[in-house]
Design a protein. Structure first.
Length: 503
């Protein structure tokens, strides 16, 4: 960067920080708004919460649950002091906003965005339906955004400021990411592609050190697993079973590959801002025509083409697999940045601000319809009813959202088939909750139970939202249209939480 440009960027930094800080505070409000009424939004959130509770009290049996030991160990100290689910949700929400802010600050600095443009990037991405939903759960998505931003920043710096430690830093972020979320594996071929493009040869002097950094978490955490009695291959075995499942899951899905090039574009058009696809297309065309001679000489890519490669490769790669909106997690922030960067190429600043304001308004409307309107969740009411009636042993069909609201002395079991109720009765089970989550997971094995008369029942609009069903299409294997049809069918059930007495 030339000195005058650096000086101008430095002078713009202070007001830009004010704009960024204000926008992030607004996003934090969006993430925390009515959060105590949400409860567990999905099965994985509760499962993670239960595993973290085990780790916090010295039980390491599920250290490699979902291939995410780093995520679980991050929260284990918190579990040693509290089992309150809301605490974990709030901490995860704060991490998600931190990741968004770090990414936006980096893009704003590199692209010399004005304060309003930087704030527009934060608000456009921060009010998205997908990132808001994942920023209010308890999964590895939030901390993954922080690590993914670190990976992008370190690799972009390595491409533009080669040093003997650059690739090691990239490997460090990737290793950390792999210990938190197995989907960081998808970053590997993209990094290889970008390194091949640059072809500066620097990787040859650093690859040995980078590989040592990359395998370090597997050695250290693998050794921890062996020390607590787990097989040495448990973590690597998760990868194998993810790619080649031993059997179909309870929803009947076994395949992991399913080519569908329209799933994500259809989701983006229906549930997210149309600016994301428009920015991707417009900037893609601009980059294709941009100084082809320089591209042929394989210079380090500027920020916009760099983000375009990440967004395009992530979309293409995820389109090969069984899909859910969560597959867009890593691509979303680059897509939002491309929308803002592409918009400022073709629109005056005031026009861009107006377009971004309209896009944010549309996002907020969708948040109201999908996330806020169904509140409050009804699991606390179910738990209160059970306490009033002295229930100590409870079962639930597929869903585990009731678990955080039960006391530690209440036994809770999840069943996947009504034939399991006989064993629940023999073990002293008193009640079974027909949780409408069975519709979300597409496990229709409770017909006999549904025909009985419940002792109590509650509505649960949050279990009937389209986004929740789409987020489970990766589990069910249903197509985009089939998933939305299942959501419409679920909406016809006015009382999806039904409690039955076991006799």
């Amino acid at each position: 960067m030339h000195p005058p440009a650096a000086a101008n960027n430095a002078r713009a930094a202070v007001p830009r920080r004010l704009w960024l800080g204000t926008a992030l505070l607004l996003i934090l409000l969006v993430r925390l708004w009515r959060l105590p009424e949400v409860g567990p939004p999905d099965f994985d959130s509760v499962r993670n919460w239960r595993v973290v509770q085990e780790l916090g009290h010295g039980n390491f049996a599920h250290l490699f649950h979902h291939g995410s030991p780093g995520f679980l160990l991050l929260y284990a100290p918190v579990a040693a002091f509290t089992r309150e689910f809301l605490v974990f949700q709030v901490l995860n929400a704060l991490l998600a906003v931190a990741g968004l802010g770090w990414f936006a600050a980096w893009v704003a600095w590199r692209a010399r965005l004005s304060g309003p443009e930087a704030a527009g990037l934060v608000l456009l991405s921060g009010t998205s339906l997908l990132l808001t939903f994942s920023g209010r759960d308890f999964t590895m998505s939030s901390v993954s955004l922080v690590v993914f931003t670190g990976l992008l920043r370190s690799h972009f710096a390595r491409l533009h400021r080669p040093s003997r430690h650059g690739l090691g830093a990239v490997a460090g972020w990737l290793a950390l990411g792999l210990s938190i979320n197995y989907k960081f594996l998808f970053a590997l071929p993209i990094l290889v592609l970008l390194e091949w493009w640059l072809a500066d040869g620097a990787w040859r002097q650093q690859v040995g050190r980078a590989l040592l950094v990359l395998v370090a978490p597997y050695v250290l955490l693998g050794a921890l697993g062996v020390a607590v009695g787990l097989p040495w291959y448990r973590w690597l075995g998760f990868y194998w079973r993810t790619v080649v499942p031993a059997a179909a899951n309870v929803a009947g899905r076994q395949a992991t590959l399913h080519l569908d090039l329209l799933y994500y574009p259809r989701y983006l058009l229906a549930f997210e801002s149309p600016l994301l696809l428009a920015g991707l297309l417009a900037l893609g065309l601009a980059v294709a025509a941009w100084q082809r001679g320089r591209l042929r000489r394989r210079l380090a890519l500027p920020l916009q083409p760099y983000l375009l490669v990440w967004a395009g490769c992530l979309l293409a790669g995820m389109s090969l697999l069984i899909k859910a909106p969560r597959g867009l997690l890593f691509a979303y922030l680059p897509l939002a940045a491309l929308a803002v960067l592409g918009g400022r190429r073709v629109l005056p600043s005031r026009a861009l601000a107006g377009v971004l304001a309209l896009a944010v308004g549309l996002n907020l409307y969708r948040l109201q319809q999908q996330l806020y309107a169904p509140l409050p969740g009804r699991y606390p009411a179910v738990a209160a009813w059970l306490r009033q009636h002295g229930a100590t042993r409870v079962a639930s069909t597929i869903g585990n959202g009731l678990a955080p609201y039960l006391s530690p002395d209440q036994s809770f079991t999840v069943i996947t088939n009504e034939r399991e109720l006989a064993a629940v009765r023999r073990s002293g089970g008193q009640y079974v909750l027909l949780d409408g989550y069975w519709r979300v997971a597409n496990v229709a094995r409770f017909d006999s139970l549904r025909r009985q008369v419940p002792v109590a029942a509650w509505p649960a609009p949050a279990l009937q939202q389209s986004l929740l069903f789409l987020e489970h299409s990766e589990f069910t294997g249903l197509s985009y249209d089939e998933t939305l049809a299942a959501a419409r069918a679920a909406a016809a059930d006015s009382l999806p939480l039904r409690l039955y007495r076991l006799r």
